[in-house]
Design a binder for this molecule. Structure first.
Ligand code: NAD
Length: 484
């Protein structure tokens, strides 16, 4: 099967923070891949904007360096790189000052899509929005892309929403959560709503529980000062895990369109019960051998910020009444591994007898390292020896069936940037969604902060504190294995 690449409209994209880590690692390589695939028109302009003094040729060299560093050699033919670099320009700009803005304004073309990517510290989001407006860079076809974190609590998220909406309509604001750009996350929607097989079973009658794991093997490393003000709840649960939960638990939207999908996600967040503190386990990694534990990597030696959190959530509606949703995420875990697992109930009666043990269907949606989907089904173990049952995965990634192009899926960032250019907000968070997520998160954080609750220590390379396992063991369930 040949993949269809539909070119997007001609655009001008300004990357504020065009010399930063995110631009170098994800945004620019992603744009190059879309250029190489024929999706980005060669007439488009990408304008890096940052505080460094630099001319166009020097920035082009920087971009070439980033592509070399972050793309494999065979993915960057020289003629394509040269053609891509022709699209690159640069403006020295200070988000907090007035210098550079008229130059930027003069570089922007009229009649093409205009996008501004805020790949800078969140404190600059407001000043950028104000200046874009004040210097007449914004227009009706213009969009802004806002990186995480979107606020650090409900109050700051509301203030940020207000500042952005003072200058842009909600339809122009693209709050990015790169988890939503992952192929398998979208496949979750295709599987749920494009088949008759799953949706009838997708409820409390047939689902025993859901597990969402986002496990990282790295620690806070050089980002200790930033991370310690945030923690796993703010950094991962409020946004990424919450979005995965919403897509898993939401009702079928009437159409696959931005507001229909986001309305349904919002209803899930609003249906979340407050969480009993007994259903939350917070941890901090230790590393006595190397002296690189969490407390050694942050400034405050008495920090009570968590680098791990596991929790049990309830979605209070007819579909999910009584079905626990278990979430866990942490740093310095056994492996980098992320998945959603929908664990179905046992068959009501086994005709094969007790000694065949318990068998369950599990649908797993793996986000990393290798994106894919598996449906575990119970079958007879082949060969003689009677009716022995085993649970085996049916690979639902279908890469073989779809041909080699299917394996070459766009990275989440490149897909999302193309959606910005197309003007499709389905995979971006709406302002009310973000506020609802903070409204649910804030009391939990306030609770453990007021109680001065210390996170439990866990060893680097483990699966988190023992108590996280107990969260499931108390009801006879267990976490799925985190596979290296
Ligand atoms: P960075 O520190 O590497 O880069 C910051 C960029 O902002 C630089 O280009 C710098 O020149 C520019 N800058 C700083 N002050 C400026 C000013 N006053 N005016 C104009 N430009 C200014 O940061 P980063 O890691 O690239 O992160 C950028 C944003 O993306 C942050 O909001 C971060 O939270 C978010 N983010 C980053 C990652 C990542 O992997 N790096 C992942 C998710 C989200």
């Amino acid at each position: 099967m040949v993949s269809r690449v539909i070119p997007v409209d001609d655009f001008d994209l300004v990357i504020f923070g065009g010399t930063g880590d995110l631009a170098r690692r994800k945004i620019l390589p992603g744009l190059f891949r879309r250029f190489h695939a024929g999706q980005m028109p060669s007439t488009s302009r990408i304008i890096g904007a940052a505080r460094s003094e630099m001319d166009q040729a020097t920035y082009q060299k920087e971009v070439a360096g980033a592509l070399e560093e972050f793309l494999p050699k065979d993915a960057r033919p020289k003629d394509q790189i040269d053609a891509f670099l022709d699209c690159i320009d640069y403006v020295k700009i200070d988000a907090m000052g007035e210098g550079g803005w008229s130059e930027l304004s003069s570089k922007l073309r009229s009649g093409v899509v205009r996008a501004f990517y805020f790949s800078v510290a969140p404190s600059l989001f407001g000043p950028l929005a104000e200046r874009l407006h004040g210097h007449s860079c914004a227009g009706p076809k213009c969009r802004i892309v806002v990186e995480k974190p979107f606020g650090r609590d409900l109050e700051s998220a509301k203030a940020l929403n207000k500042t952005l909406r003072d200058h842009f309509d909600e339809g122009q604001i693209y709050r990015i959560d790169h988890y939503l750009g992952k192929e398998t996350v979208q496949n979750l929607m295709a599987v749920r709503f494009g088949n008759v097989l799953f949706e009838p079973l997708w409820n409390a009658q047939y689902v025993d529980h859901v597990q969402i794991t986002v496990s990282e093997s790295v620690g806070v490393e050089g980002r200790g000062a930033y991370y310690d003000k945030s923690g796993a709840m703010r950094d991962m649960v409020q946004n990424h895990l919450m979005q995965l939960l919403c897509l898993t638990a939401m009702e079928p939207p009437s159409r696959f369109d931005p507001d229909a999908v986001r309305d349904e996600k919002l209803k899930v967040i609003r249906a979340l019960d407050p969480v009993d503190p007994a259903d939350i386990v917070r941890g901090q990694y230790t590393d006595p051998k190397k002296g690189r534990g969490y407390l050694e990597q942050v400034e405050d030696p008495d920090s009570i910020t968590e680098s791990f959190i596991a929790m049990k959530l309830s979605v209070s509606n007819w579909r999910w009444a009584g079905v626990p949703f278990y979430l866990r995420t942490g740093k310095r875990m056994k492996a980098r591994y992320s998945e959603i697992a929908v664990v179905f109930k046992d068959a009501p009666h086994s005709i094969f007898g007790q000694d065949q043990g318990r068998h369950r269907n599990v649908l797993t949606i793996r986000l990393q390292p290798n994106e894919g989907m598996d449906l575990f089904v119970t079958i007879k173990e082949p060969g003689p020896g009677g009716m022995r049952l085993v649970d085996l995965p049916l690979d639902m990634t279908f890469a073989d069936a779809l041909g080699p192009e299917a394996a070459d899926v766009p990275d989440a960032y490149e897909r999302l940037i193309m959606d910005v250019i197309r003007g499709n907000q389905t995979l971006f968070m709406r302002g009310d969604e973000v506020e609802a997520a903070w409204a649910w998160t804030d009391p939990l954080i306030e609770g453990w902060t007021e109680r001065r609750e210390k996170p439990l220590p866990y060893e680097t390379g483990s699966t988190g504190p023992e108590e996280a396992a107990m969260l499931l063991h108390r009801t006879g369930r267990r976490w799925r294995e985190i596979r290296p």
